[in-house]
Design a protein around this ligand. Structure first.
Ligand SMILES: Nc1ncnc2c1ncn2[C@@H]1O[C@H](COP(=O)(O)OP(=O)(O)OP(=O)(O)O)[C@@H](O)[C@H]1O
Ligand SMILES: [Mg+2]
Length: 304
């Protein structure tokens, strides 16, 4: 049985569709990510799974319960980190976690959880005196204090510095390796690559691509990207004409895209060898997942 199962979910706000038939499953101990631009429907989808919103149509099941009617048993089995914070400013970090732990029948140890999220030194500080990143960690502490089987994280690291993001990633990886099923939303491809076994890309209330990061990269990268630094910041005058038609120049870098990189590389390296042109910065790579994501979610051609 899938831990999370969503089938044909629809939801409109005042007639404007936010979800147009979304379906996916999350398996036990899997980390699944919803990725998509602002307004794609990620939060709406998570809120239905958290039991905060009822769908207009379709079905949502979490741990084989209906979130809308699962009641206390359902709420005790899930942990939430919402997109918008609702922390009590005057409480200390420790008081916040302690108060929350009382909602759960078998909470984890309050001080251990505070240590796990890296707030040990700030446990006695009031919420209003914590930085944005520390508040986000505190919210993650609230999401895990009940030792839930399923954790929903709506944009867990938006607005955090790179170091804080890495620490929260590690925390999420640790939770997952302890068997938790994790459903998160994100705008960051690097985050999804670091954390998710599988992802769904959403746009305008629909899933437009789904799979593991590696599968999406295989499916949507049909060309190689060849890049090298330009001495003098411009293409040399004697750069070969056929290659010139393939090349984009920006900020001192030349980029060539080719479905079949072999003849392009042969022409390029032959020319460089003959003209003693320095190609030591050359790289040949597939488009990054970020490139693929932008192509999929962009308004231009390429989506679907
Ligand atoms: N409470 C609400 N009332 C009316 N419309 C809403 C409400 N919540 C969301 N919407 C609309 O539903 C659509 C989906 O919004 P949602 O918050 O689910 O997107 P999202 O993918 O989470 O976006 P973001 O990345 O900005 O958080 C948007 O067009 C949004 O304006
Ligand atoms: Mg959102």
């Amino acid at each position: 049985m899938s831990t999370v199962a969503v089938a044909n979910l629809t939801k409109s706000y005042s007639g404007a569709p936010a979800l147009k038939g979304v379906s996916f499953q999350v398996e036990p101990a899997e980390t699944f990510a919803l990725l998509g631009p602002n307004g794609a429907g990620k939060t709406t989808c998570l809120e239905i799974l958290e039991g905060y919103r009822t769908p207009d149509g379709g079905e949502a099941r979490v741990l084989d319960m209906n979130p809308a009617t699962g009641g206390r048993r359902f709420r005790e089995s899930i942990g939430l980190v919402l997109q918008v914070t609702s922390l009590e400013l005057e409480l200390t970090a420790r008081e916040t976690v302690s108060a929350f732990s009382k909602y759960y029948p078998k909470p984890l140890n309050v001080d251990e959880v505070i240590d796990i999220v890296g707030l040990g030194h700030a446990a006695a500080k009031r919420v209003k005196a914590l930085s944005g990143g520390q508040q986000r960690r505190l919210e993650i502490a609230l999401g895990i204090i009940g030792d839930p089987a399923v954790i929903f994280l709506d944009e867990p690291t938006t607005g955090l510095d790179p170091d804080a993001r890495r620490k929260i990633w590690q925390l999420i990886l640790d939770l997952n390796s302890r068997g938790k099923t994790i459903l998160l939303s994100s705008h960051y491809m690097d985050e999804v690559e670091a954390l998710a076994h599988r992802l769904a890309v959403m746009k305008h209330g629909e899933i437009i691509a789904e799979g593991s990061p590696a599968q999406l990269q295989d499916r949507f990268s049909d060309h190689a990207v060849i890049r090298f630094g330009l001495s003098g910041n411009e293409l040399p005058d004697d750069f070969p004409g056929p290659l010139r038609q393939l090349v984009e120049v920006s900020r001192g870098w030349a980029t060539l895209r080719a479905r079949d990189p072999a003849p392009v590389l042969a022409d390029l390296t032959n020319w460089a060898f003959r003209h003693r042109y320095d190609l030591s910065s050359i790289t040949v790579a597939r488009p990054s997942l970020e490139d693929i994501y932008l192509k999929l979610t962009g308004d231009g051609e390429g989506a679907r």
